[in-house]
Design a protein around this ligand. Structure first.
Ligand SMILES: Cc1cc2nc3c(=O)[nH]c(=O)nc-3n(C[C@H](O)[C@H](O)[C@H](O)COP(=O)(O)OP(=O)(O)OC[C@H]3O[C@@H](n4cnc5c(N)ncnc54)[C@H](O)[C@@H]3O)c2cc1C
Ligand SMILES: *[C@@H]1O[C@H](CO)[C@@H](O)[C@H](O)[C@H]1NC(C)=O
Ligand SMILES: *[C@@H]1O[C@H](CO)[C@@H](O)[C@H](O)[C@H]1NC(C)=O
Ligand SMILES: *[C@@H]1O[C@H](CO)[C@@H](O)[C@H](O)[C@H]1NC(C)=O
Length: 628
């Protein structure tokens, strides 16, 4: 099976190569400016290198601008040694916290503020969702099976090794050069890219195409209203991306001596950063963490149990202000749901803003920016000629259990992830200027893989292997996509108030309320299949890796596609299932301690192995922390 896959892969590579040669034209290849060399920029360079290896001619001439001195984006590891770089001069603000008495000044350089990840980050979903078929984990780790979850450093090493298997892609990268401004010259039909290098030298260059690859998580988001509410707070406030200022890396020393040990913390926001940092802080010996969430929909809210009960959720709450006792460390809340009253919380030493990140579009001229959707924007089924009262959700586990729910007339946009839908084609190409591309993750369940697939698709448009449809067709496709999301529970629950109300009032007798029921698993399976299905079109569009779809066809996943999506199901179960653990397991168990037997490579079939110990007892490299 393994061998057959691999052989057909090679065969297809050769075939792709022949067809391409016949079709090759003599027109001069386009020049392309890529902004950013994180996984997105690297995926594009690797896609080009792979095509070159396949003998394909007329490849675009690419220059990648990267403001740091190394690639890797949020997975980068030079953050502790790096000093000022070209761009950081333009970044606002100073370091908020230097709580650890011995933290060096370096930890507070602007560099940290511009890095979206902290030293001790681990992946928050299974590694088998970020495996690349052309460079497998089995190859990377010399046949040694690995655990389901990897520390940040290992992910960086894996993606770096993979993108350099064909050629030195870094020859196309201009390091320590930040792009400050991009505009489009209508007469010349070219992009004008203004950049500043480490020596402060400003350059203006012209290109045929531009790829924004700056990261949708590039800029820490700090809500003004929260900062305003906390203006009299006497403790320390940091954004999740600045947490290193509190404890650096989880090595033996910092675990013994760090700023959060024995402290009381408040996290604002309940998404991945809150979850990940809460577990980190528990590892570091925090006394208690309160997590305040307005919508209570994030992964932290789904967590079935926290090690040692160290986390207390404050559901449906919003920070109101600081209590007027002398300490200046009492936080007050406003309850957003009558069923969930919230009390004041005293003696909060640190507040961590787990309020997420934004895409940084600042360097793009207005005419090149995709339109963003804000919280007040809505759409209606009627916009597409559908009667709200007649619309029916497709048959699925929810409908079978609960019945039909009439949608709200005004529908929101899913989690802003769709925010470029209306002004971009497939979230990747600006409709008004189809030479402007946006390369980023389009799946929450397998970000890195989706970036790689999108890179091939964008390259296909850049090389004219694929034509961009008419505006009319694009609108039609965008419309179908929005309507499609309404049929999937996970998306609809974020878009439709009536449905949210139905979901939130599931009777506890319903099996959908219980993560250990067959029905709950089936609901997750429907979502996982939907997600897997939704990248197949992109794999075809870009002829991914010279193969096309790895996972079969839309609505008809191949066995590889099914295996891939089944692992996504398990990755969705490991958080809520923790609630059914026995009390003594609940003292230490995290979602990363989930049974590894459900995860194996979709390419090679290599199985995962358990971690080298309980996750709470492992350092940043995944090795057991020696006991003092
Ligand atoms: C806390 C956190 C946890 C995550 N966990 C996971 C996970 O477990 N699994 C997963 O698959 N994904 C995860 N992600 C998603 C992550 O966004 C992607 O994995 C990936 O890093 C996105 O790659 P990117 O290249 O698009 O953006 P980035 O990684 O942000 O890279 C952007 C690059 O652009 C450069 N740049 C920025 N501005 C400029 C400029 N003006 N000029 C020149 N260069 C510039 C930056 O220096 C950087 O190198 C996580 C993200 C965050 C923030
Ligand atoms: C800080 O460093 C100094 C000298 O390196 C050392 O003597 C001291 O114990 C350290 N303090 C803490 C809190 O780690
Ligand atoms: C279900 O809800 C009812 C009423 O809210 C409550 O009395 C009961 O204890 C709940 N049962 C379970 C198993 O949670
Ligand atoms: C599904 O795909 C398989 C090949 O993977 C094919 O044999 C089968 O006919 C397809 N089924 C449908 C309904 O298209």
């Amino acid at each position: 099976m393994k061998v057959a896959n691999w052989n057909s892969f090679l065969l297809l590579l050769t075939l792709g190569f022949k067809v391409q040669q016949i079709l090759g034209t003599d027109a001069a290849p386009p020049t392309v400016a890529v902004i950013g060399c994180g996984p997105s920029g690297m995926s594009l360079l690797h896609a080009i290198a792979t095509k070159r290896k396949q003998g394909i001619k007329n490849l675009p001439q690419v220059v990648v601008y990267e403001k740091h001195d190394s690639c890797g984006g949020v997975w980068r590891s030079d953050r502790h040694t790096k000093k000022q770089s070209a761009s950081s001069k333009t970044q606002e603000g100073t370091c908020l916290a230097s709580a650890n008495s011995n933290s060096t000044k370096d930890e507070c350089t602007p560099e940290i503020k511009t890095t979206a990840m902290y030293e001790g980050l681990w992946i928050n979903s299974h590694k088998d969702a970020m495996e690349f078929m052309d460079y497998t984990f089995q190859e990377h780790y010399n046949n040694v099976p690995q655990p389901v979850f990897l520390p940040r450093q290992q992910v960086l090493e894996y993606i770096m090794k993979r993108v350099t298997i064909h050629e030195d892609i870094f020859q196309y990268v201009r390091f320590e050069t930040a792009v400050n401004y991009v505009s489009f010259d209508e007469e010349e039909k070219k992009f004008e890219i203004t950049s500043t290098d480490i020596n402060g030298e400003v350059n203006v260059e012209m290109y045929d195409k531009c790829v924004w690859a700056v990261g949708i998580n590039g800029k820490p988001f700090k809500p003004k209203e929260v900062l305003e509410a906390l203006k009299n707070y006497q403790g320390i406030i940091v954004h999740s991306s600045e947490i290193d200022a509190l404890f650096g890396s989880v090595s033996t020393e910092t675990k013994a001596e760090n700023a959060v040990k024995g402290k009381r913390m408040l996290f604002i926001g309940d998404a991945y950063s809150a979850e990940d940092l809460a577990l980190q802080c528990i590892k570091m010996g925090v006394e208690i963490i309160y997590i305040s969430s307005r919508r209570s929909k994030g992964v932290a809210s789904e967590m079935g149990s926290w090690p040692g009960d160290k986390v207390e959720m404050i559901y449906y709450s919003q920070v109101k202000g600081v209590g007027n006792d002398e300490s200046g460390k009492t936080i007050t809340f406003k309850s957003l749901n009558d069923d969930y009253p919230s009390n004041d919380i005293e003696n909060i030493d640190f507040v961590v803003l787990c309020t997420g990140f934004e895409a940084n579009l600042d360097m793009l001229a207005d005419h090149l920016q995709p339109e963003e959707v804000d919280d007040n924007d809505y759409w209606k089924l009627e916009d597409f000629g559908i009667d709200t009262n007649e619309w029916q959700m497709r048959d699925n586990t929810y409908v079978r259990e609960i019945g039909h729910v009439t949608p709200s007339v005004q529908l929101g946009y899913y989690n802003k992830k769709q925010y470029w839908s209306w002004s971009a084609f497939r979230n990747l190409i600006l409709i008004d200027n189809p030479n402007m591309f946006f390369l980023h993750e389009t799946s929450e369940e397998f970000p890195l893989l989706s970036i790689d697939i999108n890179a091939w698709e964008i390259l296909a448009y850049i090389m004219n292997e694929k034509t961009i449809p008419s505006k009319e067709d694009i609108w039609k496709q965008n419309e179908l996509k929005m309507l499609g999301l309404m049929h999937e529970v996970t998306y609809r629950v974020d878009m439709d108030d009536n449905f949210i109300a139905s979901y939130n009032s599931l009777p506890n007798s319903s099996s959908l309320y219980h993560a250990n029921s067959k029905e709950y698993t089936q609901l997750m399976r429907e979502y996982a299949v939907f997600e897997t299905d939704s990248i197949i079109e992109s794999m075809h569009a870009g002829n991914y890796l010279g193969i096309g779809s790895l996972f079969g066809e839309k609505g008809n996943l191949s066995s590889m596609g099914l295996q891939f999506s089944e692992m996504v199901v398990h990755s969705l179960l490991f958080r809520p299932l923790l609630q059914y653990e026995k009390e003594e397991q609940k003292l230490w168990k995290t979602f990363r301690d989930y049974d590894s037997k459900f995860f194996k490579s979709y390419v090679t079939g290599m199985e995962s192995v358990p971690l080298k110990g309980r996750w709470l007892d492992l350092d940043d490299k995944g090795n057991p922390i020696p006991t003092e």
